[in-house]
Design a protein around this ligand. Structure first.
Ligand SMILES: [Zn+2]
Length: 272
């Protein structure tokens, strides 16, 4: 069955990209090169042989331990590889062999990397978001996802993606000023990294799916924040890895964003 075989190849490509996503997750926050050296066991430093570096499969065969020193390997590695494999397969089911499939798959891999890095380190590396913005804009003429003006959409999405959180943050800083908080003690409500993340999402997906992302990202982030305050005793001022929620909302937008936006626009009596 060629269909099944095609899905297998797509999932394998996704898992392989996921393997590279793991390298980015591990090295970018430490400011290390993602190209060299070869991957090594964090415990015994021994380089990992190619046959022990097969996405998902090697983890299962090695039962989650280093072949050399038997140190446990984090389940996060195969989980990231399986996630990108699944995302690639789902996007393939939706878009078939098309530029949209390739572009959205690359975006989803970048989002997985950013979600995990933000959850662990509370940063969103420029090394992913800035090339992401450029690539999203440059590749926009290839998009065929029903947009009539893909280039204009990408430019507006990118600009709004930066401007909306920037404006909210500027208002928050002004509000702190109005309450008499000294300049050096005023805090960002939304991080700079989130501006760039949303600019990247807007460049890839245009303004409609950007608004979907901000809406669901903000709601899920708020629910999580309140839950942490109520159930875990966190303070009102504790930091929220907002990029995790925005990234997850953007992944959701890839699959349900368009019908949802269409439905919502219909509700408001707006033409799409
Ligand atoms: Zn080892």
């Amino acid at each position: 069955m060629p269909g099944v075989l095609l899905y297998f190849f797509v999932a394998a490509a996704g898992a392989t990209i996921g393997s590279f996503v793991n390298v980015c997750i591990h090295r970018l926050p430490r400011r290390l090169s993602v190209v060299r050296p070869r991957s090594a066991c964090p415990a015994c430093r021994r380089p990992i042989a190619w046959y022990d570096n097969i996405p998902v499969l090697s983890y299962v065969l090695l039962r989650g331990r280093c072949r050399n020193c038997r140190a446990p390997i984090s389940w996060a590695y195969p989980a990231v590889e399986a996630s990108t494999a699944l995302l690639f397969a789902l996007l393939f089911a939706r878009h078939g062999i098309s530029p949209d499939f390739v572009l959205r798959s690359l975006l989803s891999a970048a989002l997985v990397a950013l979600i995990v890095i933000d959850a662990r380190h509370q940063i969103l590396p420029d090394a992913i978001t800035l090339p992401g913005i450029v690539f999203g804009l440059v590749s926009s003429p290839l998009r065929a996802d029903g947009t009539i003006h893909p280039v204009r959409d990408a430019l507006i999405g990118c600009a709004l993606g930066y401007a909306i959180p920037w404006t909210i943050n500027a208002c928050y800083l002004l509000w702190q000023g109005a309450r008499g908080v000294p300049k050096q003690r005023r805090e960002d409500g939304i991080g700079q990294g989130d501006f760039k993340l949303l600019a990247m999402i807007g460049a890839f997906l245009g303004p409609r799916l950007l608004l979907f992302t901000i809406f669901f990202g903000a709601i899920s982030g708020a629910v999580y924040g309140v839950a942490m305050i109520v159930f875990r005793g966190h303070g009102w001022k504790s930091k929220l890895p907002f990029g995790v929620f925005l990234g997850a909302a953007a992944l959701l937008a890839l699959f349900v964003g368009e019908p949802w936006v269409g439905w919502y626009a219909g509700l408001l009596g707006l033409a799409r």
